[in-house]
Write a protein that binds this ligand. Structure first.
Ligand code: 5GP
Length: 192
């Protein structure tokens, strides 16, 4: 997606060779006009399965806004986000998994209440970044526990050099990434 790549080059900040900071339009301040275009692009890439998608699943926090915009282009299926902490309000039974967070360097629990993810659901996962694939694999695990079916994963920015995309595609999971970064070198972001 050309306008996304241009935006990453213009406003993205490389932190070392591993992390990309895109707070000005994706992770802290949100560019809603760009998010509309992101929603449109995912709808076009997943047009073959769009009529079947009855749920969009993501993970807090940064996936939520993207997923909500994407829902608009899939006829507004419910957007369910996995929670990373256990609020007092989460009194219902939930599916549980654990993922490694490389940005926080620790294991983190993720949960989705059973009532929001059901057997037979046809799910599209949406997230902001795909790095080592931990978040996506954790969500896939919750979807499998529910007996739901994953139709595909839509990612805004994939960092190919961290291997998550390969891991998922090797498992025959369909992954569509709007910008794929091959590597980060001397502060320069190089796309695949
Ligand atoms: P993974 O689980 O694939 O290793 O990492 C994906 C998750 O970590 C995303 O949900 C995202 O929140 C966060 N993440 C991974 N790499 C980056 C990055 O370079 N920049 C930002 N802002 N978040 C990242």
């Amino acid at each position: 997606m050309e306008i996304l790549k241009e935006r990453i080059c213009r406003d993205g900040v490389a932190i070392g060779t591993e992390i990309l900071k895109v707070d000005s339009f994706l992770n802290h301040q949100i560019d809603a006009a760009l998010f509309e275009k992101i929603g449109e692009e995912f709808a076009s890439r997943f047009s073959d399965v769009a009529p079947q998608v009855n749920k969009i699943v993501t993970i807090e926090a940064s996936g939520i806004a993207v997923a909500a915009f994407v829902a608009r282009y899939f006829d507004y299926p419910p957007v369910v986000f996995a929670k990373k902490d256990l609020p007092n309000t989460m009194t219902d039974a939930y599916y549980f998994s654990e993922i490694m967070s490389f940005t926080k360097m620790k294991m983190a629990p993720i949960r989705i209440a059973k009532k929001y993810l059901n057997e037979g659901d046809k799910v599209l996962i949406i997230d902001d970044f795909l790095a080592h694939g931990q978040a996506a694999i954790g969500l896939l695990n919750l979807i499998e526990q529910a007996g739901a079916e994953l139709l595909g994963i839509g990612i805004v920015i994939e960092k190919a050099f961290q291997g998550g995309g390969k891991k998922l595609r090797d498992r025959n999971v369909r992954v569509e990434s709007l910008a794929v970064i091959e590597r980060i070198e001397d502060g320069t972001i190089l796309f695949a």
